[in-house]
Design a protein around this ligand. Structure first.
Ligand code: ZN
Length: 379
């Protein structure tokens, strides 16, 4: 075992204690009081860790955000940690899903996504402080509270902090196979509206323009935009149309979910969806984007650089990716080098068997500490 890994291995019990305190503080995205209790807990922790600056961003509808900074005035481009304290588990989940440790695994709501990631990152910083090895550049640690619903309020905060950063470190869990995430698909949600003309289906069907028939033709065309081999998926997920059993339907509305690997694919798809034209005379077709997250495009150079640093300390990392998004999508799309999935290994995120593999805590803390202290030396 390398010296650094051994150091964090000896800190494992302290990490578990911190993880238990966090998991037992329930913090469902929609429960501001609960999320704020998690923010209080971290604020006290950052104070104990001697952060140079701690700033709280009060929120109306969600839990507050928190930004802790070390080496505030150091030269050099900052590192930015991105973590979220909110979970998908409603208040009271602990009653049916209590914290338990079994066969080297720590079970509990939000343990994997991503409270263990918070523990790992704070422990890496704390360990480097204790060893007097914190790099001479600012280290920002941003804690947000609404990632699980797409970061509607924190997106601009994340982007403004990321703008001049050297590296963004996203503490989301690793893939199920234990690989860090060097790519994430982007996604866009669209609403399709097809307008026809209503008419009595018995008396004057010829006067109607059947929006369902127009929709059916559009649906086939939209479905043909799928290019699964290149990671592009286009899925019509909801349909609503017609008004009565004896009326030619005048309108159909549908929801479309899109996923892409590259920004080019995102732009091409957007172009195709927003220029659909009606097939039936008199019909109208509009397709509107309701929201989107750009893809985090695969970056192998960045992965190899991180892997080489980990290897020096006996931590081997693998490369993977996922169809799901994170806040890393925002920073990567800005061109900021972004490493994601740096958190714990485990399984069952968002599910009742959510758990963390305990030995991954010191392992990932070693990796993060090494990345922070050696990022420059390796360039
Ligand atoms: Zn997460």
């Amino acid at each position: 075992m390398s010296e650094l890994l051994n150091f964090f291995h000896n800190r494992q019990d302290a990490m578990l204690e911190l993880l238990r305190a966090q998991v037992e503080t329930e913090s469902f995205t929609r429960d501001k009081a609960g999320v704020d209790r998690m923010i209080d807990l971290l604020q006290a922790h950052f104070t104990r860790m001697g952060a140079d600056a701690i700033k709280r961003f009060p929120q109306q509808d969600f839990g507050d955000f928190l930004l802790a900074t070390w080496n505030e005035h150091a030269p050099g481009k900052p590192f930015l940690f991105l973590v979220h304290v909110d979970t998908v588990h409603p208040p009271g989940t602990l009653a049916t899903m209590p914290v338990k440790i079994e066969e080297g695994r720590f079970f509990g709501p939000g343990a994997l996504d991503m409270k263990a990631g918070i523990v790992i990152a704070t422990e890496a910083i704390g360990g480097l402080l204790a060893r007097d090895q914190l790099p001479q550049r600012p280290i920002h640690f941003l804690v947000t509270s609404e990632e699980e619903i797409g970061s509607p309020q924190s997106e601009p905060v994340i982007k403004s902090l990321a703008a001049d950063c050297e590296l963004a470190l996203v503490m989301e869990p690793a893939t199920a196979e234990g690989a860090i995430k060097s790519w994430r698909k982007g996604g866009g949600q669209y609403e399709l509206t097809v307008d026809g003309r209503a008419a009595h289906a018995g008396i004057a069907p010829e006067q109607g323009i059947n929006a369902i028939i127009e929709f059916a033709r559009q649906a086939l065309e939209i479905n043909a935009l799928n290019d699964l081999k290149y990671g592009t998926s286009v899925s019509i997920t909801m349909v609503d149309g017609g008004s009565a059993g004896n009326v030619i339907p005048s309108q159909v509305k549908a929801k479309i979910d899109t996923r892409v690997m590259t920004i080019d694919a995102m732009n091409n798809l957007h172009q195709a969806l927003t220029t659909l034209y009606p097939k039936m005379p008199g019909a109208k077709v509009t397709c509107q984007r309701l929201g989107h997250r750009p893809p985090m495009e695969r970056n192998l150079d960045l992965f190899h650089k991180a892997a080489a640093i980990g290897e020096k300390h006996g931590v081997t990392i693998y490369e993977g990716g996922t169809g799901g998004g994170s806040d890393g999508n925002f920073t990567a799309a800005m061109g900021v080098p972004t490493l994601d999935g740096l958190g714990a290994h485990g399984d069952g995120a968002h599910a009742t068997h959510e758990h963390v593999i305990i030995s991954s805590l010191p392992r990932q803390a070693t990796l993060i500490a090494a990345l922070l202290s050696e990022w420059n030396a390796d360039r």
